[in-house]
Design a protein around this ligand. Structure first.
Ligand code: FMN
Length: 213
């Protein structure tokens, strides 16, 4: 066993979390923690691990960026024909995870995903940098490609194709919204006796519990 890995552990002293002092709405707490992490000046504060379920029931995880937050949930954008796109088409159950070591916090969310409307996807696509808009046309995300030059050639092709005009949103690219039905807020504490507060949606109401670390 690698000694460095075996001995690597932190003691967490920064905060605490009580099931008796959390808001009724998990979204409110989520927002509060997200704002706290954003204010700490860390890079990629909106990066989240998205886990989907493959057709053979095995999970698959990757990072995507949280691009919108509303009362209905968390929004992100991707290629609908990517592996994750196909997985969510087949099975809308997903999980999101956030790990913010600088605050000794973790958030886990479970829920179901739905596509944003074409209008909502258009609105976000319009404000992306032109290079990213072209990129959405260029990359057959998750497909095998022979070499990087394949991408470079396609950049030239689509730059020429859309020269002098706005880049339209490709049909295969757009957003999703995760509607949460479960949240866990984890605050690191000393000696591994961490605080864990969960919110489970039961008959339209959020039920708050403390669970053992
Ligand atoms: C910091 C970071 C942010 C990312 N943001 C996105 C994103 O918002 N949308 C996206 O499709 N991929 C994003 N990616 C790339 C994905 O992690 C992944 O490689 C890609 O979406 C293909 O996943 P799939 O083959 O499982 O569909 C990001 C990667 C990193 C490291």
């Amino acid at each position: 066993m690698d000694k460095e890995l075996r001995d690597a552990r932190e003691d967490y002293l920064m905060g605490s979390l009580s099931e008796n002092h959390v808001p009724e709405s998990p979204l409110k707490l989520f927002n509060f923690w997200l704002e706290e992490f954003k204010a700490s000046g860390n890079k990629d504060h909106n990066a989240m691990l998205l886990t989907t379920v493959k057709e053979d029931n095995r999970p698959a995880s990757r990072i995507v960026l949280l691009k919108g937050l509303s009362k209905d949930g968390m929004e992100f954008f991707t290629n609908y024909e990517s592996n994750k796109g196909k997985e969510m088409e087949n099975n809308p159950n997903v999980a999101l995870s956030f790990f913010w070591p600088e605050l000794e916090k973790q958030i886990r969310i479970e829920g179901t995903v739905e596509k944003l409307s074409p209008e909502e996807s258009d609105a976000y696509f319009k404000v992306r940098p032109r290079g990213s808009q072209i990129g959405a046309w260029v990359s057959p995300q998750s497909q095998k490609i022979e070499e990087r030059d394949f991408l470079e050639q396609r950049v030239l092709f689509f730059e020429k194709k859309f020269e002098g005009q706005e880049v339209p949103r490709p049909d295969h690219w757009g957003g999703y919204r995760v509607n949460p039905n479960f949240y866990e807020f984890w605050q690191g504490r000393t000696s591994r006796l961490h605080d864990r507060v969960t919110y489970s949606q039961i008959e339209g109401q959020w039920k708050i519990s403390r669970i053992a670390p």
